[in-house]
Design a protein around this ligand. Sequence first.
Ligand code: UD1
Length: 417
Amino acid sequence: MEKTSVTIEGGHELNGVIDVFGAKNAVLPILSSTIMLDGETTLLNIPPIGDINSMVRMLNSLNIRTEYRAGGSIHILNQKKIRHIAPYELVTAMRASFFVAGPLLAKTGFAKVPLPGGCSIGLRPVDIHIQGLKKLGVDINFEHGFVEFSALNLKGDAIDLPFPSVGATENIMMAACLAKGETVINNAAREPEVVDLANFLIKAGAVIEGHGTSSIFVQGVQSLMGVRDYFVIPDRIEIGTLLIAGGITGGCVEIKHVHSSYLSSITDVLDEAGLIISYDNNNVRCSANGSIHPVDITTEPHPGFPTDMQAQMMALLSIACGKSVIKETIFENRFMHVNELVRMGASIQVDGQIAIVSGGKLSGADVKITDLRAGAALVLAGLIAEGKTVVHGLHHLNRGYFNLMGKLKSLGARLDL
Ligand code: UD1
């Protein structure tokens, strides 16, 4: 049976070299885009984690065959008639399931998708997705908790997003690939995972330009073909988490095969906090250099500091020699790890979207994970806390990290695996 908690004995340095799998947030939209592809696709560098398993189940429920192969590849076979109704239990369990709306619509002219759920980090509406798809000529109805999308022919248009939503950019970009004419998405998200999705779609025959900038241009095509052996970019959030594990414990952790250009929004802040970051070919290394310095951080859309690293950074700053100010601008309820860090002795005051962290010492305690990245923060805190920390609710972590505890143990963490 899967373990629900882990006991960590704090105060041991982590040292060593480690590899990571592909980015969860790239794999999820890429998998959903395979709804639009004819034939066979193989994706490489895929972590066997909960969220990806949920998306695979979603594809299966739509009549697409998948096979996870040892070593981290997924083979996708899209040959049968696609069903267009996304099951309630899958969409409400994971918000990213809503990414199937655009591809389903583009492929079948119809999609019926429940309003999503996901991490309990705020309201997370889907209005930007819906307004954008509407501009492509889609009729939209809300009924019994489902959103029904229909469009006989999608038509390209200029779409100005009110906010560079990652998921809305991806959903609209995917649907636009099979729309008639040109779509321009202005104020688009620039996250590396959006770029990876665009690169994958281009391999499938899509015509896309400007990905990675604020304006994405998509010229619609008639059909898209399966892609062989697409290697998904490494997970920058997992990399950032492991780098902090090295730095927070006073050790040195090196991650292999990274894309350095995608990491600077994270490593620049680690550098400011006094950790030593160095690159060697495609490897990145993080080690400690005495005490941790306080840093003021604001989470922002890429290339700003990612909200998905805010909790882990807070764990690091809770042992800094001074006061840090963390401002969360992406989600309205993403400080749920604060109470648990406070149980471990951290001194943190929250006022709305701002947390003031006064560095000090942490001591082991029983703590509970409330969402994926909060879980990573509590594990990091446990690595440095005095005595034993019992982290409960490991299923949240398993949604997004593959074998995090095993990796930390291989680097020298003392935990009961
Ligand atoms: C993606 C990532 C998630 C990351 C987030 C921000 C995936 C699978 N997940 O989530 O890990 O934390 O980007 O970098 O890629 N919003 C609206 N209306 C919308 C869409 C979004 O108000 O239609 C709001 C959300 O409530 C949230 C903010 O915009 O407050 C950011 O959301 P968005 O960029 O869409 O994030 P996701 O795609 O859900």
